[in-house]
Write a protein that binds this ligand. Structure first.
Ligand code: BEZ
Length: 256
């Protein structure tokens, strides 16, 4: 994940817990087996590492945020967790599978990430991941871009911390790095943000900080209100915020 994004582990667990809840679908595609060694890349506070460990697999969690890792260790003391950067990490141990949910879109140098994943896998090892695909949260990004551009003269595109590829783009990258794609699915998943009216504010505070580095907390509340006004006609539906999520689920196998 982007180091400049300060992760708030408590906010993540309290208000953004749906990230792990939705991730259970990609855990299903992992089909982890007892005794398999699995690396959970971008594990956050460890909920899905724990979910995978229920199969008897030997899971290790990795995240770039020391705050997330500290919380994961506190919640799941029997699972090993370490701090690592998805773009540069190397592991001594080789894994039967590298798993990742809702993390890869934070790593803009996707080629370096895939190279690291390939290095971490055993021959025939699999990579199973879900992350934001092309068009993900595009209405929210549009709202941020409009407000920052029109009112503050800031080019939001230069601050965008996310990488949302198409299946074609990402599959080409995997194949270039020695991973053969066996499954790929790109789908819309409109996502209700918990907490009614406050849902959008929690989302912006938890995920979109990279767009607003020079603003105080008070100024951010004003900005959030302006973004809300822009996107309300499209994403505020029957008393809830429904963010326009679009996901890629992908499986690839390391060539032996
Ligand atoms: C996502 O899970 O798609 C996502 C989360 C936060 C920011 C951007 C995308």
């Amino acid at each position: 994940m982007n180091a400049s994004n300060v992760w708030k582990a408590d906010l993540y667990d309290d208000k953004l817990h749906y990230v792990s809840r939705f991730g259970k679908s990609i855990v299903g595609l992992l089909h982890s087996q007892k005794g398999e060694r699995i690396l959970d890349l971008g594990c956050g506070t460890g909920d899905l590492s724990y979910e995978i460990s229920k199969s008897g697999a030997l899971v290790t969690g990795m995240d770039s945020s020391d705050e997330m890792i500290a919380k994961a260790r506190e919640k799941y003391p029997s699972i090993p967790f370490f701090i690592g950067d998805g773009e540069t990490f190397r592991t001594n141990e080789k894994y039967d599978a590298v798993f990742s949910n809702a993390a890869l879109h934070w790593m803009k140098n996707a080629e370096k990430v895939v190279e690291s994943i390939e290095q971490a896998l055993l021959p025939d090892g699999r990579f199973v991941a879900e992350f934001g695909g092309k068009g993900n949260v595009q209405t929210v990004i549009w709202g941020i871009t409009e407000v920052l551009g029109q009112e503050y003269g800031v080019d939001a595109a230069k601050r965008n911390p996310w990488y949302f590829p198409s299946i074609g783009e990402y599959s080409a990258l995997l194949e270039k790095c020695g991973l053969n794609v066996t499954y790929a699915h790109h789908f819309l998943r409109p996502t209700v943000l918990p907490d009614g009216e406050k849902g959008l504010y929690h989302w912006l505070a938890g995920f979109a900080d990279d767009f607003f580095p020079e603003f105080s907390e008070g100024e951010k509340m004003v900005l959030y209100g302006k973004i809300k006004d822009k996107i309300e006609p499209y994403l505020w539906k029957d008393g809830v915020w429904e963010a326009d999520y679009s996901r890629i689920q992908i499986i690839a196998v390391k060539a032996s």
